[in-house]
Design a protein around this ligand. Structure first.
Ligand code: NDP
Length: 275
């Protein structure tokens, strides 16, 4: 791993770099270059999904890089239409092949998709992948406590991570408390609120004082809360900017000012409604 990136312990010897690189809406044709640039900037943790249709580009960038496989952390996700036991196993194998990897570091159920209601069978498939050694860790994304409880009640493996929409305008306090209680790591998607908060005066003021940008202030806030974050950018200067955050220390006053920005605002779908 790149020693400058803090890690979070997922148990069973698996450490996830706390800062990763997101790939939602990065077209396949641009993915290899974006991931290669991200590696150059120091990122070692890549977040993709079957839905993003760019897993091959991630695989090409890995194959062409001279980084050691064990220094990388690669996440991909099971799409809703592939939920179910056999279909999840098949979908994983397709993702793994596209990535060109022997193993994936973290495999997530992308959404609970409650109307489909097959996430318990999907979870059993993920447990088999874990037993088979083709994934190092398994988790979920966009799960609410009631969905997590049904998995926990199966009595098998508890998801190591729940990847959820989380940023200063959607701070997810209750869900984060639930995660802490159950030993689940919180991973933030759209950690920068898709760029919608960069002119917020509180973030701008803190940034001025620390000589950092609002994007860097937001990322430092996540890191200080203990969240794993996966900001996305295809712009190399922004990749470097988003990586230059490990020296930032927000004061208690800064944290309490940022806590006032929570307004339950989603940039993406509601997990209870997406199927
Ligand atoms: P982010 O909050 O990461 O914001 C990305 C946007 O911010 C892009 O438009 C990018 O522009 C811009 N940006 C990034 N850094 C900077 C900067 N320093 N200064 C100015 N603008 C900046 O949103 P995403 O929705 O992409 O979320 C991040 C990742 O989370 C995704 O890529 C994906 O991996 C994951 N995700 C997971 C979901 C799930 O359901 N599990 C759902 C959504 C996302 P540009 O690229 O043009 O530079």
């Amino acid at each position: 791993m790149n020693a400058s990136i803090p890690t979070v312990d997922l148990g069973h010897g698996v450490q996830i770099p706390q800062l990763g690189f997101g790939l939602f809406q990065v077209p396949l044709a641009e993915t290899k270059t974006a991931v290669a640039e991200a590696f150059k900037a120091g990122y070692r943790h890549i977040d993709t999904a079957k839905l993003y249709a760019n897993e091959e580009g991630v695989g090409e960038a890995i194959a062409e890089s001279d980084l050691a496989r064990e220094d990388l952390f690669i996440t991909t996700k099971l799409w809703n239409t592939d939920q179910g036991y056999e279909s999840a196993l098949d979908a994983f194998e397709k993702s793994r092949t596209k990535l060109g990897l022997e193993y994936v570091d973290l495999y997530l159920i992308h959404w609970p998709a409650p109307a489909i209601d097959r996430y318990l069978d999907s979870w059993k498939a993920l447990e088999k992948l874990l037993t088979d050694g083709v994934v190092r860790a398994i988790g979920v994304s966009n799960f609410e406590p009631q969905h997590l409880m049904r998995i926990i009640d199966l009595g098998g493996t508890v998801p190591v991570i729940n990847q959820i929409e989380l940023h200063p305008a959607l701070q997810q306090i209750e869900l984060r408390e639930f995660h802490a209680h159950e030993g689940i790591t919180t991973e933030a998607w759209s950690p920068l609120a898709k760029g919608q908060m960069f002119d917020n005066p509180i973030l701008v003021d803190i940034g001025h004082r620390l000589d950092k940008t609002p994007a860097q202030v937001i990322l430092a806030w996540h890191l200080q809360l203990g969240n794993v974050v996966i900001p996305k950018t295809v712009t190399p200067a922004r990749m470097a900017e988003n990586f230059d955050v490990f020296d930032i220390e927000l004061s208690l006053d800064d944290l309490s000012a940022i806590s006032t920005l929570d307004r339950g605002y989603r940039t993406g779908p509601d997990p209870l409604e997406l199927n």
